[in-house]
Write a protein that binds this ligand. Sequence first.
Ligand SMILES: Nc1ncnc2c1ncn2[C@@H]1O[C@H](COP(=O)(O)OP(=O)(O)OP(=O)(O)O)[C@@H](O)[C@H]1O
Ligand SMILES: [Mg+2]
Length: 252
Amino acid sequence: MTTATALEARHLVKDFRGFRATNDVSLSVREGEIHAIIGPNGAGKTTLFNLLSGFLRPTSGEVALFGERIDTLPPHLIVRRGLSRSFQISSVFPSLTVRDNMLVALESPTNLPGQFWTPLSRLETLGPRADQILADVGLGDAPDRLAADLSHGEKRQLEIGISLTQDPRVLLLDEPTSGMGSEGVNRVIALVRQVARGRTVVLVEHNMSVVSELADRITVLQYGQVLASGRYDEVRRDPRVIEAYLGEEAHA
Ligand SMILES: Nc1ncnc2c1ncn2[C@@H]1O[C@H](COP(=O)(O)OP(=O)(O)OP(=O)(O)O)[C@@H](O)[C@H]1O
Ligand SMILES: [Mg+2]
């Protein structure tokens, strides 16, 4: 693992009509690591993802990707610089098949600059790439199923596949295991490990056993602020973190 910084937030602030959802957040994600963001509901985790990926403009502060500022760029240009994200709420097209969802993502304007409408022949050349990504996310046997018919876990797999169409260097995943049973959770753990090969991954995650399995380093948010950040095994022993968030697990 290198020690280069992939993604950095510097003194980020986000106000919503006087409510400070992100309060002076600084964060450094190293290239190649899996970095988990944890914290109670409403701590500002999704808001931070929105700031990092350009879906929200910070009130103040900066975001840098591989040393270059991206906080003034629109989301699609940030994607082109190598950062892509999945959403907490499923973003697949339910009435399309699994494979067509992939093709739509592969032919999106971020992948084909300057082209809005894509000829069918071009779509066909994207087919092998779609099939490869589907195999990588464990949906290789489901290309013709309607996305609406997928299980919750399979939708999450498809979503991660959609994020991978951009071949991002940095991938942000917002609660990839939310609403899953233990089988789905285990599948997502394996999947995140797989997509993290050769990439930097930042994930928001509530399930602490997932965090302990996957994360090299973690950042704990509380009331929009960073409570602690560092190696997982160090941060989990931090008394402030135990008191604020990890209490039950630490005493278990
Ligand atoms: N667009 C918005 N307008 C006003 N307030 C917002 C907006 N987005 C988020 N907030 C508020 O900011 C705070 C942080 O929300 P956020 O969604 O970032 O939390 P979270 O840590 O992702 O929570 P969860 O674990 O429930 O997903 C919450 O109090 C929320 O109500
Ligand atoms: Mg959230």
